[in-house]
Design a protein around this ligand. Structure first.
Ligand code: NAI
Ligand code: MG
Length: 504
């Protein structure tokens, strides 16, 4: 514990590139150009490692949103993107990925400053992840084909039919703050590969890397108007995007609460909707595991990105024969996961993204204690200079009625429970309104697959957690979402299918 309390959590000096990105004038990216907002409103950029305001960006007005949607509408309808040879779209997307790769270090630093995640994590996970989404989807651009039905004879004559895949149209894409650049690229990549045009809105907590993404898109060969960037609040700018009649599809990642609202709001104009929402993912540890490998794995499942991960392994179910050993092994990781300033090269976990999130997470820890949970590790705010830190926290003596067990905390807090048999643990793991993901740790391959088939979750990991691959579809069961991202299903979510039938 001593080591944790003596960590210096003062934020490190920013690089010149980062200072320049933070000093830019607040503008929006519409129709291939940086433009001023129609209003004067701005939103502060805050560094959650220090709580200090370090820059500003535009708070978009309704007029700004309309202007961006109109640019996207015109760019879609005149075919400047949709009408290009698919292989050209593919090449342009790879060109954008090349530019991001060349600027990877700056993007990782900006993500660390804006979100609070360690720069090392952003360099290892967020930036390469974002680039691979673009490269994977680039390949689909030239491989989108329909089906043909063999000609057949009717009394009236010979019939011939085929299907065509067409882009859905103008897409409003709204992303959250936990993986800002990765989420933005996860959204734009399939839309662009399909031939859609876009208005993207990053979260009001983390717009910095999206602004740089727009710079890099401007440097690429993407035609103007195909990608437009709006920064601002969800209930104003985001809401207008969702309700706008010129938008054909809404893709959203964020809270289940706002996902439900967006689904309702998109109904009046019957937009296509893809929702990637919250989770409360169970992690099941079987009796046969190697503790030395499993304990760090299940610690990472919850403490990675300070638990601000939709698939965070936030409900641990360890078999009673290994429960104590697993928790002991996780507790031994406390120093490793001790939060540090995001630009501290030693850091594996940073502060939470905002004051609001800090209060929310601490509120859950308090509620857990009130309900009778015991704090085995953490539960406190470590010493710091004004940042939003929470120590990695393990709660035990919990039961399925407690809010800490039922609700998404979105912080470095795991609730640990014991189980005795497989049927019982499957039931407990499924006792949630969410169904995003689950993890199973075991050497027993048969038990692993039996349990995987019982779990109501869009993704099941075996002996690992939160591994995503652009080629594997990702989506939620139950209240964790609608539709899929990534893989073939991910591109299909941006396509219409047209059937053409002719009498020959
Ligand atoms: P949120 O769902 O309110 O925000 C996510 C995005 O939606 C932001 O870009 C926001 O501007 C936009 N938005 C908000 N209201 C909107 C509206 N009415 N219309 C259109 N867009 C709107 O999430 P928030 O408030 O930042 O976090 C609250 C909780 O949500 C977290 O504690 C966590 O439990 C969950 N969450 C889940 C995420 C996930 O990856 N599944 C990501 C972020 C938050
Ligand atoms: Mg909100």
């Amino acid at each position: 514990m001593n080591e944790i309390t003596t960590i210096n959590r003062t934020q490190r000096e920013y690089s010149e590139a980062a200072k320049k990105a933070l000093a830019r004038a607040p503008q929006l990216f519409i129709n291939g150009e940086w433009v001023d907002s129609s209003g004067g409103g701005t939103i502060d950029i805050e560094d959650p490692s220090s709580g200090k305001v370090v820059g500003k960006f535009v708070e978009a007005t309704d007029k700004d949103v309309d202007r961006a949607i109109s640019a996207a509408r015109i760019a879609f309808d005149d075919g400047r993107w949709t009408g290009l040879p698919p292989i050209t779209r593919e090449r342009i997307l790879h060109g954008l990925a090349d530019i991001l790769e060349a600027n990877a270090d700056e993007l990782a630093e900006l993500e660390a400053i804006d979100n609070g995640k360690p720069k090392g994590m952003a360099s290892m996970v967020d930036v390469p992840g974002a680039i691979s989404q673009i490269r994977y989807m680039a390949g689909w651009a030239s491989k989108l084909t329909g089906d043909t039905i063999p000609p057949y004879t009717m009394p009236t004559g010979m019939m011939f039919g085929y299907t065509m895949k067409e882009p859905v149209g103008v897409c409003a894409q709204i992303v959250p703050w936990n993986f800002p650049l990765l989420m933005a690229c996860l959204k734009i990549a399939p839309a662009l590969a399909a031939g859609c045009t876009i208005v993207l809105k990053p979260a009001e907590q983390t717009s910095l890397t999206a602004l740089r993404l727009a710079d890099f898109i401007q440097q690429s060969d993407l035609p103007p108007g195909v990608f437009n960037l709006i920064t601002g609040y969800g209930h104003t700018a985001g809401d207008r995007m969702v309700k706008h009649p010129d938008v054909d599809k809404v893709a959203f990642t964020g809270s289940t609460e706002i996902g439900k609202l967006i689904n309702k709001n998109a109904t009046d104009t019957l937009k296509h909707v893809t929702l990637e929402l919250g989770g409360k993912s169970p992690v099941v540890v079987m009796p046969d595991v190697d503790i030395a490998e499993t304990a760090p794995g299940v610690a990472q499942a919850i403490f990675f990105n300070a638990g601000q991960v939709c698939v965070a392994g936030s409900r641990l179910y360890a078999h009673k024969s290994v429960f104590d050993k697993v928790l002991e092994g996780m507790s031994e990781m406390a120093d490793f996961w001790a939060p540090r300033a995001s630009l501290d090269p030693e850091g594996h976990m940073g502060p939470l993204v905002s004051k609001e999130q800090h209060e929310r997470v601490l509120g859950y820890i308090e509620a857990g204690k009130r309900d009778g949970a015991s704090v085995l590790m953490g539960g406190d705010v470590p010493s710091n200079d004004g940042g939003y830190y929470v120590s990695p926290t393990i709660l035990t003596d919990v039961n399925p009625q407690m809010s800490v067990v039922r609700e998404e905390i979105f912080g470095p807090v795991v609730v640990a429970q014991r189980f005795e048999d497989l049927d019982e643990v499957a039931k407990e793991a499924n006792d949630s309104v969410y169904g995003l993901a689950a993890g199973i740790w075991t050497k027993d391959v048969s038990a692993m697959h039996r349990l995987a088939s019982k779990l109501k979750a869009g993704t099941v990991w075996g002996n690992c957690h939160a591994m995503i691959d652009a080629a594997l579809p990702f989506g939620g069961y139950k209240e964790s979402g609608i539709g899929h991202e990534q893989g073939r299903l991910g591109i299909e979510a941006y396509l219409e299918t047209k059937s053409v039938i002719m009498k020959l």
